[in-house]
Design a protein around this ligand. Structure first.
Ligand SMILES: C[S@@+](CC[C@H](N)C(=O)[O-])C[C@H]1O[C@@H](n2cnc3c(N)ncnc32)[C@H](O)[C@@H]1O
Length: 523
């Protein structure tokens, strides 16, 4: 089998890139680090622009993707470094009294390190990509500019395998065919490479979603043959080692849910490590992982500034606990509780905990639970609450609990006392399940801790519309005030941004009123 298709892939050439002049580069780049490093390519620049300033035309950054308009992935072609929604966000926060909303623009191309792609067409002409807007037609996107280049290289390799082995892509109408979807996730963390080369040389974890119940179903030998093909032609024995590992997921349902419940590790390394927020994190293919690794790292480092040293933290919608564990390590937290509905994330959490530096001495726990049920039990017991919900925003019951938090202040003692009496005779099935699936590392929270109410709420949002609603709901309760907000360019080419908003409990003290109060006293 000729292997010429596996030529080394470099990041996409700067077709049209930001036309950054040397002088503007000097003003935009951070001051040089003590150890000299090569100058970054324009595509790896991280620009921090004041949202109030209109970007100079010389910074107009274009996507220049051949699939634009056909594929539903990107909706905007120009000004990738500053989506128009930043103006709306700036106005929104200004109307709430915040005039220093900042926006960090990270990598503009090749930023996507995690992609779920549909596999359709035929074995002779496989199509691997996204749905065309409003249809069930798949657009093949071999030259996607958002993908890490090695995702595109792995897709090319997969197509070769499908054709060579006559694998039938899934047919939605008939429910026939073998390969339904593929998830490609890139790890950019290889300590055997110099730091500057790690991103470019990321390795791809390939998860094949197979249309059968399990690995003993008919056609499973084809699955193994495809995995072998990918590993033989992209694994460590090749000039270019592209593939990290191959996994299978089994799914036979006729709905649109991508993954089934059954996962099998087939080839390569089982553990997938990344380094973000100052720690090594493990991510199983079944666990939630952020698509934009670099931008997530930027966000985590900013988030850490808002968490006092020694704080106790609850991380709600925690996935594999990346946020909470990053805080445990960098902010020396007294305790960290992670709450997550997907129990598949538990294993990744445990592996990450095992690799935390020895100096981390927090009480750490992970709970398999639905935050919308008994939200107060998750809110109480921490001084910092971090929420990172899916695009649809916070569950209504959690918003209600957060809104009511000032009025429950005085009841905290009795409610926690009653919760400890409930412990003896707990019957609620979701609480019992949560306990069974929970992990506790280090000592448990003391009963004194469990009475605590959060002073800080950190809201991380990928859904702008739902965030605005939740934010207004929280502020209208007068129980919370907004202190800071930052935006991050997590999804260049779209009108979505990631927002980090910091709320403080209680109303701000009006300094004028305070003064007049003092005067009265003197009289
Ligand atoms: C945007 S992800 C954030 C994950 C994690 N914070 C991270 O950055 O890796 C949202 C997470 O919320 C979880 N989730 C969704 N609804 C939930 C609920 N009602 N209770 C607990 N977790 C939930 C999802 O399974 C997913 O892992």
């Amino acid at each position: 089998m000729p292997l010429c298709f596996l030529s080394p892939r470099l990041p996409p050439p700067p077709l049209i890139t930001c036309r950054v002049s040397q002088s503007s580069l000097r003003t935009l780049l951070p001051s040089p680090s003590p150890s000299p490093s090569p100058p970054p390519s324009p595509s790896s620049l991280s620009l921090s622009l004041s949202p109030n300033s209109t970007p100079p035309p010389s910074l107009t950054c274009a996507l220049h993707c051949p699939h634009f308009e056909l594929c539903s992935g990107c909706t905007h072609e120009f000004n990738l470094h500053r989506p128009a929604i930043v103006d709306e966000a700036t106005k929104f926060f200004k109307s709430l009294g915040l005039s220093d909303f900042s926006f960090d623009s990270c990598k503009l191309w090749g930023w996507r390190c995690r992609a779920k792609l549909a596999v359709r067409g035929s074995s002779e002409h496989p199509l691997i990509g996204l749905y065309q807007e409003g249809t069930h037609n798949i657009v093949d996107i071999p030259d996607c500019k958002a993908h890490h280049p090695n995702i595109n290289a792995a897709v090319e390799l997969l197509k070769k395998g499908i054709t060579a082995l006559r694998i039938e892509p899934y047919d939605e109408d008939e429910g026939t065919g073998d390969l339904r979807y593929v998830q490609m996730a890139v790890t950019t963390y290889s300590t055997s490479l110099p730091a500057a080369e790690r991103y470019r040389n990321g390795k791809v974890q390939v998860s094949l979603v197979w249309n059968s119940r399990n690995e003993t179903s008919p056609n499973s030998e084809k699955l193994q043959a495809l995995a072998n093909f990918i590993w033989r032609n992209g694994g460590p024995r090749n000039n270019v080692h592209l593939i990290h590992s191959v996994w299978a997921n089994f799914q036979t349902s006729s709905n649109n849910i991508i993954f089934g419940n059954r996962w099998r590790h087939l080839l390569g390394e089982r553990d997938f490590w990344e380094h973000v927020g100052g720690i090594d994190i493990s991510l199983a293919p079944s666990s939630f992982g952020q698509a934009n690794t670099r931008a997530f790292d930027t966000l985590l480092r900013k988030l850490q500034r808002y968490v006092p040293l020694g704080a106790s933290v609850a991380d709600l919608y925690a996935g594999a606990g990346v946020i909470g564990l990053s805080l445990a390590a960098t902010r020396k937290c007294r305790s960290v509780r992670c709450i997550e509905i997907n129990k598949e994330s538990k294993l990744s959490f445990e592996k990450t905990v095992d690799r935390l530096p020895n100096i981390v001495d927090s009480s750490i726990s992970w709970h398999h639970a639905d935050t919308s049920k008994e939200p107060l039990s998750w809110i109480m017991g921490s001084d910092v609450l971090v929420v990172d919900p899916p695009r649809k925003g916070l569950d209504a019951s959690l918003v209600d609990a957060l809104r009511s938090i000032s009025s429950i202040k005085d009841k905290a003692r009795s409610s926690s006392e009653s919760s400890s009496s409930k412990e003896k005779d707990e019957k609620r099935p979701w609480m019992l399940r949560a306990r069974e699936d929970s992990i506790q590392i280090g000592s448990k929270m003391t009963s004194e801790d469990s009475k605590m109410l959060p002073k800080t709420l950190i809201y991380i949002s990928c859904g702008w519309e739902s965030f605005k609603e939740d934010c207004e709901d929280l502020l209208s309760s007068k129980g919370w005030r907004l202190e800071k907000a930052h935006g991050f360019n997590f999804f260049p080419g779209t009108q979505s941004i990631e927002v980090l908003a910091v709320f403080k409990r209680g109303q701000s003290v009006n300094p004028k009123k305070k003064k007049s109060g003092k005067k009265k006293k003197r009289l």
